[in-house]
Every structure is written in C-alpha cells, then in structure tokens.
Design a protein around this ligand. Sequence first.
Ligand code: GLY
Length: 362
Amino acid sequence: MQQTTDAIVIGGGIIGLSIALELRWRGLSVQVLTKDSSTAATYAAAGMLAPQAEEIPPGAMLDLCLWSRSLYPDWTAKIAACTGLDSGYWPCGILAPRQRLTNHPDWQDRDRLSQYLPQASLGPAIVGGYWFPQDGQVDNRALFRSLQAAVHQAGIPVIEGISIDDLSRSRLDQGLITNQGTFSAAQYILATGAWTQELLPIPVQPRKGQMLALQAPPSALPLQTVLFAEDVYIVPRRDGRIIVGATSENVGFLPHNTKSGIQGLHERALHLCPTLAPYPIGEQWWGFRPSTPDEMPILGPSSQANLILATGHYRNGILLAPATAQLIADSICNKPTPLLPHFSYQRFPATTQPDRPPLAKV
Ligand code: GLY
C-alpha cells in the first residue's frame, strides 16, 4: 500500500485541483488521482462567472454562486502570487440582450444596452435586456494551467492514468484499489464530474456542449463585455479569441463537433452581434458538463463514511470552484458548513446500480 495521506482527491479537473490546493493551504497532505485530466469539462468551458445572467433562482444555489463569484478576485490573485501566472479573471460585466420586452424593474431598452457596446452593434431583433455589472469571466484554460502549476508548486502529487474500481463495492477503510496500486488516505474526495456515475450510483449525467472561437485582433477587440442571450453566449478574451457557446445535448459521451451544432452557434452569434461577421472561426471543440436532475451540484458526505462528494456542477463548475473548495475543506476541517446540507446526494431518490465493467474511468 502507498503512503497514507490526509486526503486523496479523485479527479483532476478544476474542482479536484481547487479542493486539493485548498486542503494543502490548510496544512493537510494531499494527492490527486486522475484518469485523464485533459478530458475535464474545465478545458471545454467558456469561463463565465454568471450567477445573475444564468438567472439562478433565489435559494441555496444562488447563495453558493454569489459567494463563489465574490471569492474570485482574492482566489485568483492568490494563485497568481504562487505561480506568477495570470488566470485571465476579468470582471467585465455581462449584458443579457432579449428579443421580447418585459416589465422587469431592471429592464434597459435597446439604446441604453448599446451604450455598453461602443465598438459593436446588436442585431435588429434585440429590443432591450439586462446589465449585470458584477458578473464576469475567467479564462478557464489559463486558470487550469495556473491551478496545475500551483498544485505542483505546493508539492501535491497528481497521478494520471488511474483507473479505479466501482466505489460502491469498495472498502475504502482498506485503501483505494487502482490499476497503479492501492492508495490510502483518511479522507477521499470524489470530483469526477460527468464520469461520476461510472463510480457511484448518484445521478450525474453528461450533457454535451459544442463551442467555437472566433479570432479577432487583440488590439481591436470589438467586445469588452460578455453577451448572454437566451440561445447563445459570446465571451471575448483579451487575447482576441471570442468564445461562442454552447449547445446542450443529451447524447451521452458521443464525441465530436457536428456541422449543425457549429453552424447553428455561429448563426445565432452573428444574429445577436453582426459586428462579429468578419472574424474567422479559429477553433471548435466540445465537452461534457456534469448535469444533475435539479442542476445543482452534489456536495458533502456520501453513503461511505470517509468519501466526500464534490461533483455535478453542470453549467457552473468554473464559477463554483473556489466556494466548493472552501466548503469541502471546511467540512474536512470540522468547521461549520451551513450551506452543505442543501447539496446532499440524499435529495435524490436512490438510483439503481448500473452494470459496468470492473475497472472504470476516473
Ligand atoms: N456555463 C455555460 C455552459 O455550460 O454552457
């Protein structure tokens, strides 16, 4: 058996790395085990920090999202101070254009909305919308690189290529059996995103998102704010990439982009903001969001005493990384976590154990 640590995080995406780093910052010894961190939803995301633009209804989920958004400035600054790497955190505000008038008190008409876009114009169908100055974005790929560097610098081993056995049939008090030997820790944290149901019978399903990036000259970026419409969003990066997302497809782990997926996104983006028409598509990709039936993450204790869940972040994994790390670390350090019970796996009816081969992907 390998040397015992305080905690083992299973999963090397943004949630797993954020938790590992937070635990290390609090003085615990940690290891990260991952099958293939390059497949994590982290890389595929757009990086919007958008609790308001996403229209998350009032309640524990909105509280968690707003808290996490408020942690972003200090959290990314701390990671940058450790690594010297910039994560592209940009509190640029989010504009939410709409095609139908409402009588909401925060409604702004088309002319007011256009003032937030001095170098771009909205499509003719837009009649007005909302401005969320506290929402923003982070460059999720840059953040991922920064987190990987911070984890490395903190001396946290990250072991790739790990396959592990079905956890519901495992005795974790005897260690975690993997294809690379048995690992032992006082606490295990499961942060396996869309792949969670391969390891435990909790309701996390992949929801595919296709995306594309237009390429504009960084010196003449036409947008300085995110646009978040009902059928498409547009996220300008300071390096000139303009991310357009995303489809939402219930197709399991079916890979690849489709012509209709990418064409549809491109058309909707130009309909929303015709200014973007001259820019070529520089990249297209896809990823798998970890969705849950109520679109809230699953956090906290599991049916096994020393296994903690941190998964199912669906559309908000990037946003929720710092708050998830705080909550999970607080619970491991026996601090009060009043928000945690709202995210228990027990809010769902028990699911049946799916058939699966003995070794599963992490
Ligand atoms: N957070 C946006 C998306 O999942 O498409």
